[in-house]
Design a protein around this ligand. Structure first.
Ligand code: PEP
Ligand code: MN
Length: 264
């Protein structure tokens, strides 16, 4: 069902208020890896509004490699995050880690993010297939392109057609970067599926200085949008600071992305 053989025309994921994720639009999503404080959310929103970015990312349920790392503010943090964004017309995307979180999160999220560690959590995908809200599925850490498409198929065949795919880098033998951003996936996915495809250069390369070139490369590869991490003071971020842009860097990136998109 997610194949172009079944549906030729590109799918549109409509978030309302004029925010549409689709081929022909270039959607920017930015925000911290983790939601930390109300003040952080307010400052991030001010930055996004000033740069005309309509979707804010931020995790409240964080999949951390170590159980001792910051694991997120949970549902109360999500309520605060959602309420602040609503005040300013910003849509939110946030990670859902397990089935039991879907119901409590439902009223406080615009896009459910399925993280790379959960791409093949088929029970979660089945449940998200029953939900009437957009879902973004990240590529698995060691997942193939076809496996990502099958994960999307779980949600789509369950009845939820509001789907977005995200290339976020895969684990390879290379150690110079956190992951290997597989930009090959972009034209291949765009050819195989009618779903919108976006790229996450933050997790893809994992190194702040290289986010910009990889984001620009993703535009030229044909991505329908970019999701990336920002923080007022990346060095103080509760998670993923090393791959997080500050507001100045983010502003420059937005300008370059939009000019690059015009050239495509
Ligand atoms: C994230 O978006 O912060 C995240 C944990 O991403 P991924 O699932 O791609 O690792
Ligand atoms: Mn992160």
């Amino acid at each position: 069902l997610v194949s172009r053989k079944w549906k030729v025309n590109p799918s549109v994921v409509d978030l309302g208020d004029g925010v549409e994720i689709k081929q022909g639009n270039f959607t920017l999503m930015a925000g911290p890896c983790s939601i930390e404080t109300e003040q952080q959310v307010e400052k991030t929103i001010a930055h996004l509004v000033a740069n005309n970015v309509r979707v804010m990312r931020g995790g409240v349920f964080k999949p951390r490699s170590s159980p001792y790392s910051f694991r997120g503010l949970g549902i109360e943090g999500l309520k605060m995050f959602y309420a602040k964004c609503r005040e300013h017309g910003i849509k939110i995307i946030t990670e859902v880690m397990q089935v039991s979180q879907i119901a409590p999160m439902y009223d406080f999220t615009d896009i459910f993010q399925v993280g790379a560690r959960n791409t093949q959590n088929f029970n979660l995908l089945d449940e998200l297939g029953k939900v009437d809200k957009p879902v973004l599925i990240k590529r698995g850490i060691s997942g193939t392109i076809d496996e990502l498409l099958y994960s999307a198929e779980y949600v789509f065949s369950g009845g939820n057609e509001k789907l977005i795919l995200c290339e976020r880098g895969i684990r390879t033998y290379e150690t110079a970067s956190r992951n290997t951003l597989d930009l090959n996936a972009v034209p291949i996915l765009k050819d195989k599926t009618h779903l919108p495809v976006i790229v996450d250069p933050s997790h893809g390369i994992g190194i702040r200085d290289y986010i910009e070139p990889m984001a620009l490369a993703a535009v030229m590869a044909g991505a329908d949008g970019i999701i990336y991490e920002i923080h007022e003071k990346p060095e103080e971020a509760a998670s993923d600071g090393a791959q997080t842009l500050n507001f100045g860097e983010s502003e420059r990136l937005v300008k370059k992305l939009l000019t690059t998109y015009e050239l495509r």
